[in-house]
Design a protein around this ligand. Structure first.
Ligand code: HEM
Length: 414
């Protein structure tokens, strides 16, 4: 993690010669047209009638994959579309050093094996009791109030508590870690320098917190995330200390904003559609089967790939180094893949790229599924009917991870 605060994400680029004028569109991934009506609704309407690829001069100039099949294909083909840089603007993306998200196979493969061993379905099932307890504790605190800001009171607290369980860290430290994570993703400050200093301090603070824990768990036999990672090997060699810290930070951050905002989008929709809630209330099987449809309907990640070599792709000339934004929303919301895509249909067999695809497909997806299922099960047991509070208008933002804030819910407290 380094200073991206000095890079202007709104920088406009001149159209390169190989980009045909008819493919140019002004699309700002950080301020989507129509975002006030909802993040998914905005992408859906931008997608309509567009060719497979368009090019925007905003955010430094980049391509955008506009259809579901193209987003999927790009995720799945690292030989043509590299993870060398995955965030836009490119200058900012080049500064991130996240292990192993910026590696292509075969370099990526041994790191991925290690991550899979720490987050496989069997390991995640063992955590279910702790995840459920984290959900129940938070919901029981909220339920008697009859109202809450779901984003602040639940979504932002729950995944940190889950990380504490996963990494076997004391629950009392959750607020401290949440603060580090917040400052690492949204550094505070009024100037780029202040923001960079805040980011740096948060990184150092997190490393100082986790370093003695790493040292204590070396040679240990526990099954927690930190013990598994720091005792793993990469191609038969122990991992460097920097890489250990990078992996642990990625796991902390990878499972926070994504889950926080996915849950908030989900609850806004359910608060507005009591009929959809009624369909799964008291029907655990339907809810568990339907959870994948929630991920299809509420994707939050928009990252990019770098074109690995000069090529003609779907009739368009691409040059090595070009960046392509691959909004995960565009697969799940593609009319051809999922008819009537803005409607949540618990019964459908959803097709989506919410967790990416190919070699980097989200390693935390089993955990994310459990977090969503457990949240809804425990919420509906205690707060069976809820709505958006009177006059509440959630505030949406687009970017690498879309967000929803001001998610005020109300219900009749018992
Ligand atoms: C709603 C929840 C989540 C969503 C939407 C989501 C989405 C994604 C996406 C789209 C990627 C692909 C990145 C790429 O190809 O460059 C990814 C990768 C990753 N995710 Fe998630 N994620 C979620 C939850 C989690 C959780 C709970 C964790 C950790 C416990 C996690 C950890 C990771 C890691 C470590 C990677 C990198 C994998 C690799 O590079 O091989 N994610 N996630």
């Amino acid at each position: 993690m380094t200073d991206t605060a000095t890079i202007d994400p709104r920088a406009r680029a001149a159209r390169p010669d190989h980009v045909p004028e008819e493919l140019v569109r002004d699309i700002d991934m950080y301020a989507l047209d129509g975002i006030e009506n909802g993040y998914h609704e905005a992408w859906k309407s931008l997608q309509e009638g567009q060719p497979d690829l368009v090019w925007t001069p905003l955010t430094g100039g980049h391509w955008i994959a506009m259809s579901g099949p193209v987003v999927k294909e790009i995720y799945e083909d690292p030989t043509r579309f590299s993870s060398e840089v995955i965030f836009l603007p490119k200058e900012a993306g080049e500064k991130y050093a996240m292990v192993p998200t910026r590696m292509d196979p075969p370099e990526h493969t041994p790191y991925r094996k290690l991550l899979d061993s720490a987050l496989n379905p069997a390991r995640i099932r063992e955590l279910e009791g702790m995840v459920r307890k984290a959900a129940i504790d938070l919901i029981e605190e909220i339920a008697p109030r009859g109202e809450c800001d779901f984003a602040m009171d639940y979504a932002k607290k729950f995944p940190v508590r889950v990380f504490m369980a996963l990494a076997d860290l004391p629950i009392e430290d959750a607020p401290k870690l949440a603060l580090f994570a917040d400052d690492m993703t949204r550094p505070r400050g009024n100037t780029p320098e202040e923001m960079a200093a805040c980011l740096d301090e948060a990184n150092k603070g997190f490393f100082a917190y986790v370093e003695p824990i790493i040292a204590a768990r070396k040679g240990g036999t526990g099954k927690d995330l930190i013990t598994t990672l720091v005792n793993g090997t990469i191609n038969g060699e122990p991992m460097s200390h920097d890489k250990e810290l990078g992996l642990i930070s990625l796991l902390l951050l990878g499972g926070l904003d994504t889950v926080v905002n996915f849950l908030s989008f989900m609850m806004i929709y359910l608060a507005r559609h009591p009929d959809k809630v009624a369909e799964v209330r008291g029907n655990d099987l339907k809810l568990m089967r339907g959870v994948e449809e929630l991920f299809r309907r509420f994707p939050v990640v928009s990252e990019a790939r770098m074109v690995a070599k000069d090529q003609t792709y779907r009739g368009v000339d691409l040059k090595r180094g070009d960046m392509i934004l691959i909004p995960t929303a565009l697969t799940g919301l593609d009319e051809n893949a999922n008819p009537d895509p803005l409607t949540l249909d618990w019964e459908r067999l959803p097709k989506h790229s919410t967790f990416g695809g190919g070699p980097h497909r989200c390693v935390g997806l089993h955990l994310a599924r459990m977090e969503a299922t457990v949240t809804l099960q425990e919420w509906l047991k205690r707060i069976p009917e809820f709505r958006l509070a009177d006059g509440c208008n959630p505030v949406y933002a687009s970017g690498i991870i879309a967000s929803a804030e001001n998610v005020r819910l109300s219900w009749n407290a018992k």
